[in-house]
Design a protein around this ligand. Sequence first.
Ligand code: IPM
Ligand code: MG
Length: 359
Amino acid sequence: MNYQLAVIPGDGIGPEIVEQALKVLDKIGQLYDHSFAYEKLLAGGCAIDAKGEPLPNETIEACKKSDAVILGAVGGYKWDTLPGHLRPEKALLGLRGELGLFANLRPAIIYDELKDACPLKPEIIGDSIDIMVVRELTGGIYFGERGRREGKMGKEAFDTETYSVGEVERIAKIAFEIAKKRNLKVTSVDKANILESSRLWREVVIEVSKEYPDVALDHLYVDNAAMQLIRNPRQFDVIVTSNMFGDILSDEASMITGSIGMLPSASLGENSFGLYEPIHGSAPDIAGQDKANPIATILSIAMLLRYSLNLEKEAQAVEEAVIKVLKEGYRTGDIMSPGKTLVGTKKMGELIVDTISKQ
Ligand code: IPM
Ligand code: MG
């Protein structure tokens, strides 16, 4: 089969990690007889520099025509002082919104090989931790009305959190469908003791849960959820939550896996089209130094193969190769521990590519 992929390397470490991910995809193409055509597109800080805006229209249009989008990371010190609508991060939100990618899947799995890199005690980690964070991605405070105005104590700023029944219904359904294929448990995270939007969230999740009698549902307030993730992460299977809470909790969950450099993500809409990116940012402090961990992006490729192209065998080949390379003791700096072999971004990519070819 021929697939057309939109590729947005972005800023900072984005280009170097995406380069490794595309090498992996090329290898999969060779071995399994697929051809992947890439269209490289600008978004983020590099688009601000080249085109004067973070998300040029031609990038959105090209993404819409593709089978799926691969994104590295956007942002950097250079653009940090620009006004909100011109910041590189605006490109991410624009893509998510314009492409209708309301469901963000962030799997946090602790690999046996990386248990050393996990900051939790062995008795808390137990045999394994495997959590799927399902984050709502096109609503809530990220997309609500915001602004500045005069207040009683001088100028004030506001951001608003809004959720509709329809928005919560569709993300809750995704969470329950995923739980059906996993361990039949959904934890909905909100702040329903305070926020009206969370009260509606909880009501709707309970309503949707009635269609899934086999899936157990519980609710946690976000502060408690943050604590439970450290206290007893094994209680979680699928976590479904709002845009902002999902942003925060997925970073926390990523540390359980050893490093934020390990966590991939898939952003999906109504059909199989999706955008795939690591959950980490552009890490400008280590950009261009061959230090970044490309695994989160490579694992995002596995998610792309699985969710957008329906190529499960190929997805597993990528995941197995990552595990094998870790088993052989190769580590980038972020997951390094004594006795292991330190490698750079490129080498890690090459090792994974070579391992795929050997399977
Ligand atoms: C993420 C990132 C983004 C977000 C930023 C870069 C806008 O933190 O994907 O988690 O907040 O969604
Ligand atoms: Mg984040």
